[in-house]
Write a protein that binds this ligand. Structure first.
Ligand code: M6R
Length: 630
């Protein structure tokens, strides 16, 4: 939530680049929040911070700056907001400015003790224009910075930010500029993301690497409770007490800025769905040795430790949790150990039974979901090992886990998660097959067979994209006015049904419910009235015939009550052909692989429905890509 960017260059060159970097970065971070946007700039000789902010999309801010240009600068900070505290309007937008105008500050997170701090500041005569916690921090920082000037005779923004950070409770990333030190940007983080971009004669800060990847691919992680001061020539990291941190991990971003652009597609979501064959293929790359056996040395957990694992708990939210549910079917079947899947925000509050032999798998595209982060921290405190399945280098979840298996889906910008879902399933399957390999619960040739099936999936996903797009678009058009949808599935089709329902509700704002087909007669069938659209994931009859027949019976039952049925079924399935009104065909594949193809038409369906309704598919209302508050 909230996108943050910071830039510092030499004080010798006062120019338009700080503003350019901030606006560019905000453009790439807009998926994190789009209620309002703002920038603050400093340069030698300025009397006070130059700032501008506007409610609504970033384009509003850009237009405003075009109409009334901002001054050249040496350093700057930019913010795109997802409102947590105070409604989204011009006044509540960031930056917030210190009482004397010297300091500009932006913030991501929630300051829990803001009310008390505000009360104390008001008692000292400070006044507030907005209803945000951020303005409280800006005023507090301004006061502390001035106290430092009074006691030492010179400004020290780095020290002032650290002192301020020590007084805050809650989750925060803050970035600040001070007109008295126009060559630096200072940041601090606690339970909220911030990464450093390392340039030549310039340095960057960002909520994630997308903020600066157009300028540098060299990056550095910041740890929990660390503060950073960047100038054109230096990056200094300390803890909040001022102790130097010298072991910050550096990494090179593995994707280009072009990967985070629409590349000719109408929307990021469109592009990202069409990248699914590559996301699956890339996630498989480099995970096998010369004999074709799985080699997951990169995860940093010894095979002996894996051998001891007797239970897995997958923690995740939203789409990532549905990928986890799919994985449960495969891993239990292959490894014969129990796999629980738990919504991360429920996990730590139910006092879960954890032992050193329990493996927690935290699945997250962004690596910043606060609920998932809190769940993994709880698990580690109880002595369990945590393995992260994550798509974002340098993010907090992999950094705080014992091990990480990266998905290689490339940057996912659209708020609705699509390519990450298939990549998460593949990574979880690799983990399952690896566990089967080290525990010896499957024969080697069986494991190789599953690996071959996985390797065949990119081509099958491509086939769905090549052959089903028009049918899906027609179905979406014909149902654009439907008030609600039900999604049904059994076995691995059940999480796929829930994922299909989530996609449609989040971007097309249609009321949807996904549930297990077996539940139909236990309640949901009461919702079925003539014309009600029901999407049914039909398992292959080549898998368990029984499962197939039961799902077909469910279709017959809802058809008998007048439902309009869309089936996702295997090519040539005569029953689907006979009973469904529309069929999205899947190429034949093993049952456990079917989610990788079945989800594709459902994603396209949601996309088309949202487009037909004239909605912004990439930035659905009220949502942010990365949910960094609990
Ligand atoms: O970044 P994460 O994978 O941890 O995000 C988890 C969910 O917030 C995310 O999947 C969300 O449900 C998406 N909007 C779904 O499209």
């Amino acid at each position: 939530m909230c996108g943050i960017v910071g830039y510092a260059s030499s004080t010798q060159t006062v120019c338009g680049k700080p503003l350019e970097v901030c606006l560019q970065g905000l453009g790439r971070l807009e998926y994190r929040g789009y209620d309002s946007a703002g920038v603050a700039l400093v340069a030698p000789g300025m009397k006070s911070v130059a700032w501008r902010k506007k409610s609504g999309r970033l384009s509003n801010l850009v237009q405003d700056i075009e109409a009334q240009p901002m001054p050249d600068a040496t350093a700057g900070i930019g913010h795109t907001r997802w409102a947590t505290n105070g409604e989204p309007n011009d006044v509540n937008a960031h930056p917030h400015i210190s009482q004397d105008g010297n300091i500009g500050l932006i913030h991501n997170g929630i300051i829990e003790n803001a009310a008390q701090l505000k009360f104390d500041l008001q008692a000292e005569g400070y006044t507030f224009a907005s209803s945000t916690d951020t303005e409280v921090v800006a005023k507090l920082l301004g006061k502390i910075a001035n106290e430092i000037v009074e006691s030492t005779g010179s400004p020290d923004l780095f020290k002032a930010v650290r002192r301020t950070a020590r007084m805050l409770t809650g989750a925060f990333t803050i970035l600040a500029v001070d007109v008295r030190q126009p060559g630096i940007v200072v940041g601090a983080r606690h339970d909220s993301p911030l990464v450093v971009g390392l340039g030549e004669g310039e340095n960057f800060l960002g909520s994630d690497v997308a903020a600066f990847v157009a300028y540098t691919k060299e990056a550095m992680e910041l740890g929990q409770d660390e503060a950073v001061c960047i100038s054109g020539s230096q990056v200094e990291v300390t803890d909040f007490d001022g102790n130097q941190v010298t072991d910050s991990k550096r990494f090179t971003v593995t994707w280009d800025a072009s990967a985070a652009q629409k590349g000719g597609w109408d929307s990021y979501m469109d592009k990202e769905i069409h990248e699914e064959p590559t996301a699956v293929a890339d996630t498989l790359l480099g995970r096998f040795d010369a004999n074709g056996d799985l080699n997951l040395d990169e995860v940093r957990i010894a095979p002996e430790t894996f051998r001891q694992i007797d239970k897995i708990i997958i923690v995740a939210c939203g789409t990532a949790s549905y990928a986890g549910l799919v994985a449960k079917y495969a891993i239990e079947h292959w490894v014969r150990i129990p796999v629980e899947v738990e919504l991360a925000h429920e996990f730590r509050y139910r006092d879960p039974i954890l032992t050193p032999r329990t493996l927690i798998v935290a699945i997250s595209q962004s690596g910043e979901t606060m609920d998932t982060l809190m769940a993994l921290r709880h698990a580690r405190e109880q002595g369990s090992q945590v393995l992260a399945i994550c798509n974002t280098q340098g993010s907090t979840i992999p950094r705080e886990s014992d091990a990480v298996l990266y998905t290689h889906a490339g940057p996912e910008i659209a708020v609705a998660s699509t390519k990450a879902f298939v990549a998460q399933i593949v990574a979880s399957y690799l983990l399952g097959l690896y566990l089967a390999q080290v525990k010896g619960t499957m024969f080697r040739d069986e494991i190789h067979q599953h690996v071959d099936s996985l390797k065949a999936m990119p081509q099958k996903i491509q086939q769905v994209l090549d052959t089903q797009t028009e049918t899906v678009a027609r179905a979406a058009k014909s149902l654009v006015n439907a008030k609600s949808f039900l999604f049904l599935g059994r076995h691995v089709g059940y999480p796929v049904a829930m994922e299909g329902a989530l996609k449609l509700k989040e971007i097309a704002y249609t009321f949807t419910e996904g549930f297990a087909a077996g539940e139909l007669k236990h309640g949901p069938i009461a919702l079925v009235e003539p014309g009600e659209p029901i999407v049914v994931i039909v398992p292959s009859s080549r898998g368990r015939d029984l499962l197939h027949n039961k799902v077909i019976s469910a279709i017959e039952e809802v058809k008998a009550r007048g439902a309009f049925v869309i089936a996702v079924a295997e090519e040539g399935d005569p029953d689907a052909e006979r009973y469904a009104d529309v069929v999205f065909w899947r190429p034949a594949c093993p049952t456990l692989m079917s989610p990788l193809v079945d989800v594709v038409p459902l994603q396209l369906f949601a996309l088309d429905m949202a487009k037909d309704k004239g909605l912004d598919v990439d930035k659905p209302r009220n949502l942010a890509k990365s949910v960094t508050v609990e």
